[in-house]
Each structure stands twice: as C-alpha cells, then as structure tokens.
Design a protein around this ligand. Structure first.
Ligand code: ADP
Length: 496
C-alpha cells in the first residue's frame, strides 16, 4: 500500500498483459490436450468394437484352418492386436506383440470391453463371441490409445506460437499505451509545477489537453479549477485594492483633520497655560480646577493628534529617520525623569540601571519608543515600580522596561501591537488611544531592531527593545535587485 503509487505504470501494464497471456495459453493447452485424449480414447474404443464384431462374424464363417491367416492379415491391415481365444482363456490364434496369460484373457472376456495394457502400451479392447456353433470362441480386438494423443504435439506448438504472437503484440500495445499515459501525466505534472512556482506568469493559464483519455478529463477538470481560482483571485485583488484605497483615504482624512485640529488646540493649550500662570489676574479655586481639566484633556487630545499624524506618516512612507550613532542611556534617564512626576503621584517608583550604550538610531524616535513603553508601564502599574535597564548587547543595545503591573494575557501579546487595540479589561482602557505600541513597533522595525515581550499575569511585564549599533552595510554594487531582495528590504524599512 505504501509504495503503490511508486510502481512505474510503464513496466506494470505490459507485465500484467504478459502474465495474463501466458496463463491463458497454459489453460488452453491443458484443456486442449485433455480433450484430445478423450477423443482418442473414444475413437480407439469404437475401432476395437467395429473390428471385434465384424471379424467375429467373418471368422465364424471361415474354415478352422484358414482362420489364423485371416486374423493375422486383418491385424496387419488394421494395426490392431487380435486374439482368438477359448472361453477358458486358451489362445487359439495370436496376432499380438506378446501373448497374454490365460488369466488375463479371462479378465478381458469377463470385462468384454474397456481399457487394457499390452506390450505396446495402453489400448482399448472389445471381446466378441463367434456366431453359433463356434460360440465357445471369442475374438478380442485391442486398439492402441496412446498417452499422448495424436496431434497433441502440434496443438502445443500452435498454441505456443499463437500465444507468443498475441502476448508480444499485446505487450507492445500495452507498453506504447502506458508510455503515452506516463508522458501525458508527466506533461500535466510539469505544467502544474510550473504554474505553482512563485511569481509565474501569466496566472490562470490553461494546460493544453493532449489526449481524450482519463488524463485529458483530469486536465479539463484542472483547467476548470484554474478558471475558478483565477476569478476568485481577481475578485480578491479588486477587494484588496478597494480596501487599500479606503485605508489610504481614511488615513489621509485623519491626517488632514489632525492638522486642522492641531492649530486651534495649540491656541487653547497656550491660552490655558497663560490663564493658569495668573498673569492676567488671580483665579478662583473652581476656575483653576476647571482650567486644569481643560489643560489635561487638551494634552491628551494633542497626544492623540500626534499619534495619528505619526501613523499616517509611517503608512505613507513619509516618516524618515535621521539616524546617527547616539548614546541611549541618557535618553532613558531623561524619559524616566519626565515620568517621575506621574509615578510619584501614583505612589510607585521609577529607576534606571545600566551603562552608556550606543545605537545607530534617530534620537527623537528612540525617545518616543522608550517614552511610549515607560508611559504605559507607569500608566498600568498601581503598586511597586518601573525599572529601565540599558545594556550593550550583540552589536547593539538592549533597553528593557519592566513593571510590576497587571501583566498581559498570552492571547493579547500579539494583538497589543495592532492599531487602536486596547485590552478587554475595561479598567485599563480609561486613558490612551491604542496607537502607542503600534507606532513603537514600526519605529523599532524601521531601525532594523526588534521588540520582545515577557509577561506574567498579576506580576508584571518586561518589554525589551533591541536596536543595532551600526548602520546597515552598504548594498553591493550589483545588477538590478531581484524580487526577493526588494521584498526583504521593504520588510526592514516597514514601509508599504
Ligand atoms: P494605549 O494608548 O491604550 O496605551 P498602546 O498601544 O500603548 O495603547 O497599548 C495597547 C494596550 O496594551 C493597552 O491598552 C494595554 O491594554 C496593553 N498594555 C500596554 N502596555 C502594558 C503594560 N505595561 N502592562 C499592561 N498592559 C499593557
């Protein structure tokens, strides 16, 4: 069963034909020989009967002294063995190749007809009594019935020759058919493999039907499948193009709207700051509280607008990095210092460890990356603290930000990098937009770095960002880049 599919059809089909042919020939030869034997026995029996009866009649009418001559002449002419015997088994005239014993003769007389063995081999016999007044005498005629009947040799030769011819012809035809079939199957298989090759063009090309047999039917069915697949792929591409266009429109709209919102928002924030500084006069407690709410909400709105603008720049490919060799450690200290106010207000600690470590990166974006992750850590941690650790690692720098917050469930560890994703946990959705980590990961990938998350529910999370220390190696001056190379470059820059 296991290697059934591996048996070569070309060798199998003729072999089957040859085996069946030989089996048929053996059967024909066996039955033919048996039939010939049967016929030969029947004819020998008939001859012995005719001889015995006619000779008995003639011998009855012949004088005693002439009987031996008559019987011997008859034996010579007919080729049979003849005996004239008394009822007690005594032989009166013997025209056989060897005279049988009296007992044997009596056995023949009792049996009257049947099969007997003579010195010449198997024979059929008949014993007929003479006519009265000689009825004490019987004439026994033995006609030889050979083991190998007459013509059985030529039957064998004819059957063997015919079989050889038929088997040869059948094998040739079977071989030719099987070879054609095999070549058709190979042709279809090669075409399918060719079609399945990545980037093969044009997509949806039919396989030519070369024969009207099973392979042809199969090819037709495959072509129908290709048609359906092509139609489905076309519909999918159209839908995809539509969705991409829709996505671009949405991003462009959000970017335009954000731009429009940013100017009045900056004015609102500016005037609120002026009012809160009380240069225009003292504020009542209520007014100060209300203005503080306006300031905080305006700040959140500003952060959201900045995130949307960043995301749109990332998607359109407008966001460019200005990379240089820079020390990440002071950036981490600065971010932690800024987050300290919020952390202390919540009663949690924030600490920075490690040592100077250089990365080849855009300082502003590194600040944004660390700021986003530290901001989340402080935001979601209610007791304990946040630790930032900067260390050189494998030709780059590793920035690990750990917190003792609620942790992130395993099923959410990939989803948190999706745009607008926020945990199902309602408590944690109070503030934020769900854009921070999406932007952070794309920025890290643009730097050719990666981000890793270890987390345990109820114990905390550690986000580790690894950035390279050196610029990417200059591309070799090679001929036009292959499709493969272009794809991997696109993946590295994260631009679509
Ligand atoms: P948000 O503006 O909601 O913070 P992010 O993209 O920064 O958006 O984060 C997405 C979600 O990931 C958050 O809403 C929160 O559910 C989860 N998350 C991020 N950082 C942490 C953390 N340190 N601890 C627990 N959950 C976190």
């Amino acid at each position: 069963m296991k290697y059934r599919g591996k048996l070569p059809l070309v060798a199998l089909a003729p072999a089957a034909v040859v085996v069946v042919g030989i089996a048929a020939a053996v059967a024909i030869a066996t039955f033919g020989t048996a039939y010939l034997r049967e016929q030969s026995d029947a004819s020998a029996q008939l001859r012995s009967r005719v001889l015995a009866l006619t000779l008995a009649a003639r011998v009855s009418a012949t004088p005693v002294e002439d009987r031996p001559e008559l019987i011997e002449r008859a034996a010579q002419r007919s080729g049979a063995e003849l005996l004239l015997v008394e009822q007690d088994g005594r032989v009166v005239v013997d025209a056989t190749s060897g005279v049988p014993s009296a007992t044997r003769v009596v056995e023949l007389l009792v049996a009257s007809e049947g099969e007997a063995r003579t010195h010449l081999g198997t024979a059929r016999f008949m014993a007929a009594p003479l006519l009265p007044p000689n009825e004490h005498l019987s004439l026994v005629a033995l006609v030889s019935a050979p083991e190998k009947p007459f013509a059985s040799g030529s039957l064998m030769v004819s059957v063997a020759t015919l079989t050889a011819l038929l088997v040869g012809a059948a094998a040739l035809v079977a071989f030719a058919l099987a070879r054609d079939l095999d070549s058709d199957v190979r042709f279809v298989r090669e075409r399918i493999v060719e079609m399945a090759r990545e980037g093969s063009e044009p997509v949806g090309r039919h396989i030519p039907v070369r024969s009207v047999d099973q392979v042809g039917l199969l090819t037709n069915a495959f072509n129908l499948l290709v048609d359906r697949f092509t139609a489905a792929e076309r519909a999918y591409r159209q839908d995809l193009a539509g969705a991409q266009a829709y996505d671009r429109d949405r991003t462009a709209f959000l970017a335009a709207l954000s731009h429009e919102l940013r100017t009045p928002l900056n004015a609102i924030l500016g005037f609120t700051d002026v009012l809160l500084s009380e240069v225009d006069g003292p504020l009542s407690a209520d007014a100060r509280e209300n203005l503080t709410i306006v300031r905080t909400s305006g700040g959140h709105l500003g952060a959201l607008i900045n995130d949307i603008l960043d995301l749109s720049a990332l998607e359109s490919g407008e966001l460019r990095l200005e990379c240089r060799v820079m020390d990440v450690f002071p950036v981490a200290i600065e971010v932690a210092r800024e987050a300290e106010v919020t952390a202390h207000a919540k009663g949690i600690s924030i600490e920075v460890f490690g040592k100077p470590a250089t990365a080849y990166a855009d300082a502003r974006r590194v600040r944004q990356i660390i700021g986003n992750i530290v901001g989340n850590a402080v935001k979601f941690t209610e007791r304990g603290g946040v630790k930032v650790r900067v260390d050189p690692r494998d030709g780059g720098v590793a920035i690990a930000i750990s917190d003792s917050g609620p942790g992130i469930a395993p099923e959410e560890r990939e989803a948190i990098y999706q745009e607008y994703f926020q945990s199902l946990d309602v408590e944690r959705r109070r503030t934020g937009t769900g854009l921070g980590l999406a932007i952070t990961r794309r920025l890290v990938q643009m730097h050719r770095g990666f981000i890793d998350l270890r987390s345990e529910l109820g114990k905390g999370s550690t986000f580790t960002v690894v950035l390279p220390a050196r610029p990417p190696p200059a591309p070799p001056r090679a001929p036009a880049p292959s499709r493969q190379t272009l794809t991997s470059e696109l993946e590295i820059t994260g631009e679509t």
